[in-house]
Design a protein around this ligand. Structure first.
Ligand SMILES: NC(=O)c1ccc[n+]([C@@H]2O[C@H](COP(=O)([O-])OP(=O)(O)OC[C@H]3O[C@@H](n4cnc5c(N)ncnc54)[C@H](OP(=O)(O)O)[C@@H]3O)[C@@H](O)[C@H]2O)c1
Length: 262
């Protein structure tokens, strides 16, 4: 149907086997678009593509690796929407987290997005939409999450900057900042590792901080709703869309009770 939001659009989504990326890919094909799912786990990619139908395809891409990303970008004929959700995180007290692990995390979660954007840019023809993925730790204090906070801030800052730089080419850039979001099926994702250091010190306070004013996790489908909004709102650029159940509004400690939405 021609009034579907993604009709005639070609999308690329990294982290496509993950909680947020997968829900976004599903919506793109349901609403008339085609999508290339990126990830490293071929079995999961194949399964997802079979479930999504003929408008979905996949490519194995390691976003840590320039060559892998560039080789994929060369296979593209055109891209209208690029959504970067691949990434993982490091949790632990400042005394305990090795900087080398934070460097690894930045390489995937920040520079991985930058790599993909840079490589795909020549394939944007006459405008388009880029969506980066950060996290609510930019707005709210999460104990033992210094590097996670830093990477989220870097992502949002980069999105802001390149939104201006790419505006003359009619390429819009926005960032999605998730609050706590859990997979539709427990353990259904092939997530990169969350590296936790000194968990006995780090995790109790970190877990309590996951709570939010709405006391609910974010259903992954709401990130697909955000993409639909960003696609329809043709003058939305340089924005951070906070989907966080209000967590970013306050640092008041909650009781840690959160209703899991799947
Ligand atoms: N879920 C939340 O509550 C939440 C909150 C705030 C921020 N975030 C951030 O938002 C992003 C998406 O979250 P999510 O919950 O959808 O994550 P997820 O379920 O853990 O999925 C992450 C995806 O990233 C892919 N990935 C990781 N490293 C990769 C690499 N080097 N090359 C290619 N793919 C790689 C993984 O695929 P393979 O392992 O199959 O390659 C996986 O499918 C992540 O950066 C996450 O840290 C999430």
């Amino acid at each position: 149907m021609s009034d579907q939001v993604f009709t005639n659009m070609k999308a690329v989504v990294s982290g496509a086997t993950g909680t947020i990326g997968r829900a976004i890919c599903q919506r793109i094909v349901e609403d008339g678009g085609s999508v290339v799912l990126l990830g490293r786990n071929e079995e999961m990619l194949k399964k997802a593509v079979v479930e999504m139908g003929s408008q979905a395809s996949y490519a194995i891409v390691d976003i840590d690796d320039d060559d892998s990303v560039e080789a994929f970008a060369r296979t593209l004929d055109r891209v209208d929407i690029l959504v970067c959700t691949a990434g993982w995180t490091v949790i632990g007290p400042v005394d305990d987290v090795p900087v080398a692990d934070a460097v690894d995390m930045f390489n995937a979660r920040f520079f991985g997005q930058c790599r993909l954007i840079k490589s795909a840019l020549p394939k944007f023809d006459n405008g388009g939409l880029i969506v980066m993925c950060s996290g609510v730790a930019t707005d709210a204090y999460y104990p033992n999450y210094g590097f996670g906070t830093a990477v989220c801030s870097a992502i949002d800052a980069y999105a802001h900057h390149i939104a201006v730089e790419l505006a003359p080419r009619k390429i819009r850039v926005n960032s999605i900042s998730p609050g706590w979001t859990v997979p539709v099926e427990p353990n259904s994702n092939s997530a990169g590792p969350t590296r936790v250091f000194a968990p006995e010190k780090a995790m109790p306070a970190f877990n309590t901080a996951l709570d939010s004013p709405l006391h609910e996790t974010i259903p992954p489908e709401e990130f697909a709703d955000a993409l639909v909004f960003m696609t329809r709102a043709k003058h939305l650029t340089g924005e951070i869309v906070r989907l966080d159940a209000g967590r970013g509004l306050t640092d008041v400690p909650f009781d840690g009770f959160v209703e899991i939405n799947r």
